[in-house]
Design a binder for this molecule. Structure first.
Ligand code: KMH
Ligand code: ZN
Length: 270
């Protein structure tokens, strides 16, 4: 079994300081959370940026500052979000890909997202996949529901992505596939031969699905984008705290944790 890749998602587009005062907002804070998470075993950073008012932004300059700061202190794989926030245009969402990070996300379909709709029409997906490909960036296919894997296969038939590739199962978003472990088994069963996968369980599903992924040979994403609690009713102090727990769990279960250079090999980035 490959070593475990731990992805940290230190801040998404939705989470607020009112929900957890430890959520990083400025580029400096986001980079510092990545650095602390790297010290605990995270090898991949899934990045979203915020503007000066704390609102989600896809401004490349905000991403550039975060990326430069993370690179100055770590050798983590940087993955930018092309999901951005619900309601952003596709052109806005794709902007950070032009910075040519090693990876970028590619959501493979539309999904209800709480009270909103996270829109990814066939045309949208093809546009984002095309930009990712043209910039020489590796996509991580974001899967919020089972049908999205079929959409990814269609993108591969159109040569917009290549398979086998790397998938992230985001499970437990209200409106998407639930965090039931049977759903995880089903998603895995739909993947083309040779693909790698990560699970990002939302809220209380983060730990339980992460533990299953450690055992099954998948990879794990944790962080405030997906979950702000350490245990029921207890807010996490940092992203690093959540990463450290997964690393400990992996150690107990006999699965080594990948460093960034091992992670690059597993993800076929090097
Ligand atoms: N903020 C969500 C609407 C991604 O990063 O690619 C979408 C998201 C997915 O977070
Ligand atoms: Zn994200």
């Amino acid at each position: 079994m490959d070593p475990l890749i731990i992805t940290v998602a230190p801040v998404g587009a939705e989470v607020t300081r009112a929900q957890n005062p430890n959520v990083p907002i400025t580029p400096e804070e986001i980079a510092e959370e990545c650095y602390r998470a790297w010290n605990e075993g995270a090898s991949l950073a899934h990045i979203h940026a915020r503007d000066r008012d704390g609102n989600p932004t896809q401004d490349p300059e905000a991403y550039r500052e975060i990326i430069e700061r993370v690179r100055a202190k770590t050798d983590m794989i940087i993955q930018v979000s092309t999901g951005g926030a619900v309601g952003m245009t596709i052109e806005e969402r794709v902007r950070p890909v032009f910075l040519k990070p090693e990876m970028a996300t590619l959501t493979c379909g539309t999904v209800n997202f709480g009270d909103g709709i996270f829109t990814n029409s066939q045309r949208d997906m093809e546009y984002i996949a095309g930009v990712i490909k043209e910039q020489g960036v590796k996509p991580e296919m974001e899967i919020f529901d089972a049908g999205m894997i079929e959409n990814a296969k269609k993108l591969a038939l159109k040569k917009l992505i290549s398979l086998p590739g790397h998938f992230d199962f985001v499970m437990g978003v209200p409106g998407g596939i639930s965090g039931d472990p049977r759903n995880l088994m089903h998603l895995i069963s739909l993947l083309p031969e040779g693909c790698t996968w990560t699970v990002a369980g939302i809220g209380r599903h983060e730990l339980s699905l992460g533990a299953i992924a450690v055992i099954l040979g998948g990879h794990v994403r944790v962080g405030f984008e997906d979950n702000i609690y350490y245990t029921r009713g207890v807010l996490a102090k940092s992203n690093a705290e959540l990463v450290a727990r997964v690393a400990r769990l992996a150690k107990e279960l006999g699965r080594p944790v990948a460093n960034p250079s091992e992670a690059r090999k597993i993800l076929r980035l090097s």
